[in-house]
Design a binder for this molecule. Structure first.
Ligand code: DAH
Length: 341
């Protein structure tokens, strides 16, 4: 039997040295050590040899096999290591990726600011449901059915099948709507709590209206309610002026309290502010002293307690503060808008 063990060894070792990828090396390993390799053939043919020849050749072949296996494994290990370090190597001269951070929506920002100011004046922040019943949104606020004031709030009424799963949560399930203002939370809060207290209620409200630069079908309000003994319009004036001074910071600010009408307050007022020297008068808030009928509805004795309430539009304040010309921008999802905040 003629063969050259050295030749096999040499060509295998050359191949091992040459190959630079772990995958290719596996292929070559099969070629030299696999079932059809020359070495395996030789080992297989040992059985046809005489005993002496077998004794002489057998150990040599086995030894070569082991040696090649060791070389393959070592090379494979080295290659794997160098390949992984290759992948992790960082080219510090390459341009980096720009890191972009998100932005807080201007309305969230304004809401947070307003909450902080009122918290600093010892108010609590509470929230109420966006799906309301007719009783809390209207009747209990002294706006009974057929009251002309209902026209102040163009309402999204909910269809019966849309409201089934809300039923359990809401008192008067026959007629549900998307709340047209945050005032119903005055009722909900007073039903469960006793005066004295002072709260604000930020939240989303809905109006069935055509949209334009100053109207949206959904927007945000912050309701305020302070009830106790001997509360007066003077208390209201102090709290509101204090709030706006803090909200607009260092700017000079003037106030005007105009008589107005809302069914749930008596007297009702509207608050206008004027910023800076050349500013225009801007209406920023509806308010008033809580109506006796509202106290009646929640079981308070109107002879014992008094209080004031107010409601302001979050978008309107944000528009004034940041000089935003169109309310629809808030909900446009336009990144060029959001990125400015
Ligand atoms: N709820 C009123 C609205 O949406 C705003 C308002 C006016 C709230 C007077 C009040 C208030 O609490 O006293 O138009």
């Amino acid at each position: 039997m003629e063969f050259d063990l050295n030749k096999i060894k040499k060509s295998a070792q050359e191949a091992i040295e040459e190959l630079a990828s772990p995958e290719k090396l596996e292929e070559i390993k099969i070629k030299f050590l696999g079932r059809k390799s020359e070495l395996t053939e030789l080992l297989r043919s040992l059985k046809d040899l005489s005993i002496e020849e077998r004794r002489k050749l057998g150990p040599k072949l086995q030894e070569l096999k082991k040696e090649l296996e060791r070389s393959f494994d070592k090379r494979l290990k080295d290659l794997r290591i160098s390949h992984s370090t290759l992948r992790e190597r960082i080219d510090v001269t390459k341009p980096g990726h720009k890191i972009t951070s998100g932005h807080i929506h201007p309305l969230s920002k304004i809401e947070e600011e307003i909450e902080q100011i009122f918290l600093s004046m010892n108010f609590s922040v509470v929230e109420g449901p966006e799906v309301e019943d007719e009783y809390h949104n209207f009747d209990a606020l002294n706006i009974p059915k057929d009251h002309p004031a209902r026209e102040m709030w163009d309402t999204f009424w909910l269809r019966q099948n849309e409201i089934k799963n809300q039923k359990s949560k809401i008192k008067n399930p026959e007629k549900l709507l998307l709340r047209t203002h945050t005032s119903p939370m005055q009722i909900r809060y007073m039903e469960k709590n006793n005066p004295p207290f002072q709260i604000i209620v930020p939240g989303r409200v809905f109006r069935y209206e055509a949209t334009d630069a100053s109207h949206e079908i959904n927007f945000y309000q912050v309701e305020g309610l302070m009830v106790g003994k001997d509360m007066s319009l003077a208390n209201f004036k102090f709290v509101v002026e204090e709030f706006f001074k803090k909200f607009f910071g260092s700017q000079k600010i003037e106030f005007r309290f105009r008589p107005s009408y809302f069914p749930f307050v008596e007297p009702g007022v509207e608050v206008d502010i004027k910023l800076g020297k050349s500013g225009k008068w801007l209406e920023v808030m509806g308010a008033g002293m809580v109506h006796r009928k509202v106290f009646d509805a929640v079981g308070y004795n109107p002879n014992d307690v008094t209080g004031f309430a107010f409601g302001l539009g979050l978008e309107r304040l944000a528009m004034i503060k940041y000089k935003i010309p169109d309310i629809r921008l808030f909900y446009s999802g336009d990144l060029r808008f959001i990125k400015q905040f």
